[in-house]
Ligand binder design. Structure first.
Ligand SMILES: Nc1nc2c(ncn2[C@@H]2O[C@H](COP(=O)(O)OP(=O)(O)OP(=O)(O)O)[C@@H](O)[C@H]2O)c(=O)[nH]1
Ligand SMILES: [Mg+2]
Length: 358
């Protein structure tokens, strides 16, 4: 599973990518249009608490993959634009970064920041790419010498999609019946991918909480059910460069309870429909990543294939209960441990000990 950072040129994608993954790729203007991939940890205070309780030799957070896809610069040519959109198509979810920060050097080349317009324009680019793929598919179906049996049904759905896209709708907000959607289930739509909008604001906007277009952006987010996140990449960079003790002081001054990067990593994790369960012990306190709706037996397989194969029962208690009880012993006393079978649906925050036999 991978999240694509996308957006217009010079909006702060690589800056955020470096902060998320610990990479050190060049930011600013460069002729290279390279795509970078990297792994980010998903900070989780629950892991920190569990580690303070069990004092393990090792603590392991969940991880997610990011891909930094550069914006298309003027003069890049159609080939580059297509290649970068194809990269976005292979991502499982997208984070669109838009520029709401003032930077003189960028203003000269890219104009003053107009974040709402940028949001709409880039969305239109994605929709346009979807329209082209729909048109191509329609043309193939209509000219096929041996069209598939359901060709006319497919054509009807595709035409509806095309009209909706032309009217400015995105694929994810089109209402389909299950059988309609299954006709085109094999087609990738950029405007269908789960999306978060990150508004990269400057220090001034961060402190005032305002910037041009803010209301429009949030209205758009509410109407399209797209989460909007504000972040100041410049501040994030400063936090990152400070020593731990200065970091806390600096964040207190800014009334930040944690770096925005942490919030972004968690939001992206949720966007992919991922949740964490935990295993605890003296050796390791660890978060394991599963999709929502995963059964206990499958979850066991994440830890070890033997545990899935020889699954007997899962001994489960929930992080929130442990937190409230204060200790494992207290949780046990209060009867908060449960034994669950193979079909139990694991919840985010479950602490699990798998019993197995091979
Ligand atoms: N003032 C200010 N500058 C920023 C901020 N975030 C990024 N920048 C600067 O904006 C420029 C572009 O940032 P990048 O991270 O390279 O942008 P990008 O989106 O990766 O750009 P492309 O790869 O060309 O699409 C760099 O010079 C950054 O230092 C911010 O929050 N405030
Ligand atoms: Mg970049």
């Amino acid at each position: 599973m991978q999240i694509g950072l996308v957006g217009l040129p010079q909006t702060g994608k690589t800056t955020l990518f470096n902060l998320l993954t610990g990479a050190d790729e060049a930011t600013g203007l460069s002729r290279k249009r390279e795509v970078y991939s990297g792994t980010a940890i998903v900070p989780d205070e629950r892991i920190d608490f569990l580690a303070s309780l069990y004092k393990p030799r090792k603590k392991t957070y969940a991880q997610i993959q990011f891909k930094d896809i550069p914006g298309v610069h003027r003069g890049d040519g159609a080939g580059a634009a297509t290649r970068l959109l194809e990269e976005a198509k292979t991502a499982d979810a997208l984070v669109q970064v838009i520029r709401a920060f003032q930077e003189e050097a960028l203003n000269a080349t890219f104009g003053f920041p107009d974040p709402y317009k940028e949001l709409i324009d880039f969305g239109a680019d994605l929709a346009l790419s979807d329209m082209v793929s729909v048109e191509n598919r329609l043309a193939r179906l209509q000219s096929a010498r041996k069209p598939p049996k359901d060709a006319s049904a497919q054509i009807a759905v595709l035409q509806r999609v095309l009209t909706a896209l032309e009217e400015g709708q995105h694929f994810r907000t089109i209402n389909f019946k299950e059988e309609e959607k299954s006709l085109i289930a094999d087609q990738v739509f950029l405007t269908e991918k789960p999306l978060i909008i990150v508004v990269n604001v400057d220090e001034k906007s961060w402190s005032t909480g305002d910037y041009p277009g803010k209301n429009n952006i949030f209205t758009y987010g509410a109407e399209h059910k797209i989460p909007i996140m504000e972040i100041c990449a410049r501040i994030e960079l400063e936090i990152h460069q400070l020593a731990q003790e200065d970091r806390e002081e600096f964040m207190r001054e800014l009334q930040l309870s944690e770096p925005g990067i942490n919030r972004l990593a968690r939001a992206a994790y949720n966007l992919l429909g991922l949740i964490s369960f935990f295993t605890v012990g003296e050796d390791e306190v660890r978060a394991w990543t599963i999709r929502q709706g995963t059964t206990a037996r499958k979850a066991a397989g994440k830890v070890h294939s033997d545990m899935e194969r020889g699954f007997i029962r899962a001994e489960v208690f929930h992080y929130d209960d442990l937190r409230q009880a204060g200790s494992t012993a207290a949780a046990r006393e209060k009867g908060l441990f449960r034994l669950e079978g193979k079909d139990y649906i694991v919840k985010d925050g479950d602490i699990i000990n798998f019993r197995f036999n091979v």
